[in-house]
Every structure is written in C-alpha cells, then in structure tokens.
Design a protein around this ligand. Structure first.
Ligand code: AMP
Ligand code: TRP
Length: 330
C-alpha cells in the first residue's frame, strides 16, 4: 500500500480552509493508503509564539482531527516533538540543502519581511518539513496549494540525498507527490487573503452556529453591491465561493441568479450559507465536544501514535546513518 504523510501546525483552531484544502483528504486516504499524520509543534515555534498555550493548542488540534474523522485504528496520529528523529534528520538534510533555494521559498520571503531579525529556523522550516515526510519515506502528501513549493524542495532533497548516499539503482527516498483537493486555496473572510489563523480571517470547524453567523455577517462580498438593490457578480464574491463548498448545487445556482438580479441582498445570501455551513460542520462540532470532555482519550491516542511513529522513524534512521557513514553505538 502506498504511504501518505501530512502535517498541520497546532494553531489551536482547525479552520475551514484547512479542512476543505487538506484534512478531508487526510480522512479519505485512511482507507486506501497507509496514512501517517502529524501535529507539527516544532514548526510552530519558528516565529514568536505563545509558550503558555502551545500544549493546549496541540491537544485541541488533535481533538479537531479526530472529530473530523481521523481514526487512530486506521491511521497513525502523533505530535512531532514526541519523535526526536524529525529534528535529527532535519539537521542531516541541512548539510545538502541549497541555501539559494531556501531563500527563494515564497512563504519565507513573505514571513521574513514581517520580522526585524530573521531567525534561521524560519529559513530552515522547509528542511524540517522535508525531514517529516522523508522520515516515513512517504509517497504522497495531502496538502493545500500553499505547500506545493515546499514539496518541490522535499523532492529535490530526496534526489540529492539519494545521489550522494544512496545506491544509484534503488533510490532510498521516494520523491513525494502532492495530493490536492478541489479546494486548493480557500480565501478568508476579508475576501482577499488566504484563510489563515495568523490573519484572523478564519471560521473554525468546531464553531457554533451562532459563532459562524457572527463571523459571516460582516464578511466581505462583491464591493459593487453598495445598496441592497445593486446587482452583483457572484464569481468575484468569496461568499459565493464558500456556497460552492457548503451548499447543495441547486442552492448554488439560486444564489448566483439572486445575486445577479439583486433578488437577494448579501445578508439573505449569508444567512443561507451560515445555515448550510453549520449543518455540514455539526458532526465535527458534536464529536469535538465529546472528546474535550474526555481529554485522557486523545492523550492516549497520541501516545500510541508516537510509539508507532518512533518505531517507523527508527527504521529509516538506522539506514540513513549507516549510509552516511556514522559509527554505530555499542
Ligand atoms: P497549516 O494550518 O498552515 O499547518 O496548514 C495545514 C494544511 O491546510 C496544509 O495542507 C495547508 O496547505 C492547508 N491549508 C491551510 N490554509 C489553507 C487555505 N486557506 N486553503 C486551502 N488549504 C489550506
Ligand atoms: N508546512 C505545513 C503548513 O504550514 C505543515 C507541515 C509541516 C507539513 N510538515 C509537513 C505538511 C509535512 C505536509 C507534510 O501547512
């Protein structure tokens, strides 16, 4: 069976961008693939972060993942820092990683502009991500579109390592391919930027119907609709884009017509979306409330997952350190 690996940062809240762009695929792939999923807490410390809430945010992300349908009996779910080999392999890969390519990563260029002093960890972030994936010799990686450049670098590192340390005929590391969903890049409630926790433009998958409504109500729509009677262009409205992910096809068609003719105002349109979104997300929300009431259950799942991951990672690392020529212990 081919193996998939993916990771998500412990932002505390899984938002609908994460869910539509990646996590739905994580869940689906459990049945057809050997699936390994990781909450990447070591990636989450590459910028300034809130130390006091990191553990809670990590636990909360685990709850959301299980609530969204990850089943620890069909996939491996664990926390990155519980498996020290991620950081070890990342170090080994820094020695073959091309500095110029790291500096060209879009996410790095973006984030490094927003800080006064650039931590090396921000630059090396994609190397740690490559280590996550290569440590399990994964064939494919379900992610959103924003991660495809990082995956390109992962393939480059796999090729370089294979060429330098591998047997030429049987490459040790596979070159992992992305698996994208039909929702590669969900736009945030500002109607402009990618939905992202750090931009504060998200809706969480475990939010209540009331919270969903409070967030959708002021969300950006087609700016041409100044007055209730101004007609709009659904194709440029993010609310319409979200309808396509949460509303039945007939409703989507009705939304488009009623926007173009101004038969509905934006508030009417958002009310329908809020209701459909709440209905779609209700099972995730309910399961998350149950899991939150039994925190020991999730903690035990993560313990089992880490034990499995450490075993799998250990197998890779034995081969890697041998091929790189290190002295074996004892
Ligand atoms: P992150 O929260 O950055 O760790 O992202 C976790 C997963 O969600 C990754 O596979 C991302 O590519 C995906 N993702 C994050 N934001 C979005 C978005 N706005 N649209 C689609 N996918 C996303
Ligand atoms: N960089 C990814 C993100 O921000 C998270 C991540 C870390 C990841 N390691 C990974 C994703 C390995 C896929 C595979 O979304």
């Amino acid at each position: 069976m081919t193996r998939v690996f993916s990771g998500i940062q412990p932002s505390g809240e899984m938002h609908i961008g994460n869910w539509l762009g990646a996590i739905r695929n994580w869940v689906a792939l459990q049945d057809s693939h050997e699936a390994i999923y990781c909450i990447v807490d070591q990636h989450a410390i590459t910028g300034q972060y809130d130390v006091g809430s990191l553990a809670d945010r990590t636990r909360e992300m685990a709850i959301s993942l299980v609530a969204a349908g990850l089943d620890p009996s069909r996939s491996v779910l664990f926390v990155q820092s519980h498996v020290p080999d991620h950081a070890t392999l990342a170090w080994l890969l820094t020695t073959i990683a091309p500095l110029g390519e790291l500096e060209r990563m879009t996410q790095y260029k973006d984030k490094s502009q927003r800080v006064e002093s650039i931590p090396a960890g921000l630059l090396c972030y994609p190397i740690l991500m490559a280590a996550d994936i290569l440590l399990y010799r994964a064939d494919a990686v379900p992610v959103g579109e924003d991660q495809t450049q990082h995956l390109e670098l992962t393939r480059e590192l796999a090729r370089r390592w294979n060429a330098t340390f591998g047997a030429a005929d049987t490459p040790f590391f596979p070159e992992p391919q992305p698996i994208l969903t039909g929702a590669r890049r969900i736009i945030g409630l500002d109607g402009q930027a990618k939905m992202s926790k750090s931009l504060g433009n998200t809706i969480g998958v475990t939010e209540s119907p009331e919270e969903i409504w409070q967030k959708l109500r002021p969300a950006m729509t087609d700016p041409a609709r100044q007055k209730r009677t101004d007609p709009g262009t659904p194709e440029i409205c993010n609310i319409y884009a979200l309808h396509r992910h949460f509303s039945p096809e007939a409703t989507v068609a009705e939304v488009a017509t009623n926007c173009r003719t101004a038969a509905w105002g934006c508030i009417d349109c958002k009310k329908v979306l809020a209701a459909n979104m709440a209905t779609t997300l209700a099972p995730i929300r309910e399961r998350s409330l149950e899991l939150r009431a039994a925190p020991g259950e999730v903690q035990a799942m993560l313990g089992d997952g880490a034990a499995t991951a450490r075993r799998l990672a250990g197998e890779t690392m034995r081969e890697v350190t041998d091929r790189m020529g290190f002295l074996r212990e004892g």
